[in-house]
Ligand binder design. Structure first.
Ligand SMILES: [Zn+2]
Ligand SMILES: [Zn+2]
Length: 247
């Protein structure tokens, strides 16, 4: 009885919202009419292919050819400072558009939806979540965070930590140098750019832990590598990484 009443009240308030404040999908312009549809419609979310069938089992780099997942030549020659990295999808099409809306048009509400997208794509991948003690977002420099108003990786990491019941440690890894954005640089400049840009907070109690780094986009992997090296030097036993999309 109460639930049917609350459903009625909900549908009336949704109806009023639709009449007085109609909102439309930022990607396809269709009316957002379903509960919890915000900014992007359900159909657009559903049309994004979550996960990629062919990738390196270590660095997570997507293979162009549809090969079975295996460890790539680069990782065979030199293992990265993290043990596993996985991205959900390619940084293109609607997934790219959503990430750009989220980061640069201040649709902060999309952070939770992106975390849910990550969970749908990779939430059951054992090797990513196995024995993870803490989730750590890739930090922004305080000046950049102030300018944007939020850290895009932190919102996604927080929601993933909540869904998976894992501790969030978002004050532990710090961006200590305000370097130019990686997207503004050439591929060969990126590793140098982030070298020495991250540090670990004092009294962090992270020794011997297994952590999962979370970021929005993986391009050359320089940021994830640098963060992983810093964490390993601080005594972290194992670093894994998860990104929404891979360029
Ligand atoms: Zn749409
Ligand atoms: Zn690899």
């Amino acid at each position: 009885m109460i639930s049917s009443l609350s459903k009625k009240i909900y549908s009336y308030s949704k109806l009023a919202e639709l009449i007085f404040f109609p909102s439309f999908c930022e990607l396809c312009s269709s009316l957002l009419e379903f509960p919890r549809e915000r900014v992007i419609c359900h159909a657009c979310w559903k049309s994004i292919r979550a996960s990629h069938p062919s990738y390196c089992l270590c660095c997570g780099r997507f293979f162009e050819a549809l090969e079975e997942p295996h460890v790539c030549q680069v990782c065979l020659e030199k293992r990265p400072p993290f043990s596993h990295h996985r991205s959900c999808g390619k940084y293109k099409g609607k997934l790219k558009d959503i990430i750009l809306l989220y980061k640069y048009r201040h649709f902060q509400v999309l952070g939770k939806d992106l975390a849910n997208f990550v969970y749908r794509a990779l939430g059951r991948e054992e090797e990513i979540w196995w024995k993870v003690d803490a989730i750590i977002p890739v930090p922004l420099h305080p000046k950049r965070k102030k300018k944007r108003g939020f850290n895009q990786a932190q919102i996604i990491a927080k929601e993933l930590a909540r869904i998976k019941g894992i501790e969030l440690r978002d004050q532990m890894l710090l961006k200590i140098k305000n370097v130019p954005p990686q997207t503004s640089l050439r591929v060969e400049e990126r590793a140098e750019n982030v070298s020495g840009a991250f540090g670990v907070a004092k009294g962090n109690k992270i020794k011997g832990k297994v952590v999962l780094l979370v970021d929005d986009v993986y391009t050359t992997g320089s940021t994830i590598r640098e963060c992983s090296s810093v964490l390993r030097k601080a005594g972290v036993k194992e670093v894994k990484a998860l990104t929404v999309a891979q360029a």
